[in-house]
Design a protein around this ligand. Structure first.
Ligand code: AMP
Ligand code: MG
Length: 401
């Protein structure tokens, strides 16, 4: 593993070798988490009509202050049958259509009502509590641009603007192969020398969250025939992710099996810790990520390399995992040769974020890693990094320590 690539170089090479898959139309109700590949335009002005922001009385501002007889009642979904008569008020609820001729709504709490007459003892300003038609967006304008992954707010915006279906990137089909003669399924007894298989499950969870359809293949014993059979089974996938067997040991058979199956390696070895023995390659349009067996190394490889590739495959135009900047809570030793990917807690402190590593930074310590809310990239260097040093942190999607 002579020439390690940097993490940035690795991410660049992965994305350079990745291009969007086909598209499909998806019902909005099934589109959460999907990436839109065509912009969606509003089917209506939003709001579609001038609507009341309050429960109260629709009036003409010029009629106030005044005593205005109530001429009609308007509820949400039940529009007025006529415009507002001169010198009158219309009782209206939030979301009701403001009648023609009315230009303001006076909240219920600010008036007195007696014998069908509203008494308003102040001058109302035109426009108060009226939501103008089309103020949020106009019919035909773009609600969500192409290349966006749909989270809750975008789903809400599309629905509000009347969009019933969207064009999305196809979900990538990902095969996850776990290698290791020592692996057993959790929930079964362990014999001497065996451990529970965790990477396959962990990567399946991660990659499913990223929009992939995951098929798990494994656990595959450390022999060439078993490796070859598993890789053959996975060849029709868009992405193949392997775990373990990609380092320099005599039982590390993944790379040679991939080469024999026609994969061309783009790089092997990244100057990070953990996560050094990672291989990336392709065979036609099929990508392969050979991730390390150590669970924390497998996790960071999945987060920082595979996840961005899945996003780009789905048409995401900003597929990289973007870091925030935090400051080191304490002096931290640097590695001279490789960037450290430390697991820890990021929390606000004063006007910045502060990162504190968890204890237990070894690459097999997945339970310790599971308690972290962020991964910090501490760049390599010969000197210790003093407290306060700015570092990139990647959030792990769990708020708070
Ligand atoms: P390897 O990369 O195959 O040399 O494995 C490195 C370490 O990770 C060894 O201790 C393996 O037992 C462990 N390991 C490999 N694959 C898995 C897996 N799928 N789940 C949990 N631990 C694993
Ligand atoms: Mg192994």
């Amino acid at each position: 593993m002579a020439d390690l690539v940097t993490l940035d170089e690795a991410i660049r090479l992965v994305l350079e070798n990745t291009s969007p898959l086909g598209t499909e139309t998806v019902a909005l109700d099934a589109a959460a988490g999907r990436v839109m590949t065509q912009p969606a335009t509003a089917a209506t002005d939003l709001p579609p009509f001038p609507s009341s922001a309050m429960d109260g009385y629709a009036v003409r501002a010029a009629d106030t202050p005044g005593r205005l007889p109530i001429s009609a009642r308007v509820a949400a979904g039940l529009p007025p049958s006529a415009g507002l008569g001169l010198g009158t008020a219309v009782e209206i609820s939030t979301g009701g259509v403001v009648p023609d001729g009315a230009d303001a709504v006076v909240p219920l709490e600010r008036v007195d009502v007696a014998d069908g007459v509203v008494v308003i003892d102040f001058a109302v300003t035109a426009g108060d509590n009226v939501r103008d038609r089309g103020r949020d967006i106009r019919s035909g304008e773009v609600v969500v641009p192409a290349g966006t992954r749909l989270e809750a707010a975008q789903i809400g915006a599309l629905a509000a603007a009347g969009v019933g279906s969207v064009v999305c990137g196809r979900r990538p089909r990902v095969a996850v192969i776990t290698t290791g003669t020592e692996l057993r399924d959790p929930g079964t007894p362990l014999a001497a020398g065996e451990i529970y298989e965790s990477n396959g499950r962990m990567l399946a969870a991660l990659l499913t969250q990223e929009g992939a359809t995951v098929e798990r293949i494994g656990m595959v014993a450390d022999d060439l025939d078993a490796h070859a059979a598993a890789i053959r089974e996975a060849l029709s996938a868009d992405v193949l992710v392997t775990s373990g067997g990609v380092s320099v040991g005599p039982h590390d058979l993944v790379r040679q099996t991939l080469t024999a199956a026609g994969f061309e390696e783009v790089f092997w070895g990244i100057s990070v810790r953990p996560g050094k023995p990672v291989s990336f390659g392709r065979r036609g349009r099929t990508l392969v990520f050979g991730l390390p067996g150590n669970p924390v190394a497998s996790l960071v490889g999945g987060l920082l390399l595979v996840a961005p590739a899945l996003r780009r495959l789905q048409g995401d135009t900003a597929p990289e995992t973007h870091p925030l900047v935090a400051r080191l809570a304490a002096t931290t030793r640097r590695n001279a040769a490789r960037d450290d990917l430390l697991r820890g807690h990021v929390a606000p402190a004063g006007d910045s974020l502060v990162f504190t590593p968890i204890t237990g930074q070894e690459s097999h310590m997945i339970v310790r890693a599971s308690r972290a809310n962020a991964i910090c990239r501490l760049r390599r260097g010969d000197e210790d990094a003093p407290a306060g040093t700015p570092v990139d942190v990647y959030l792990l999607g769990r708020a708070g320590p």
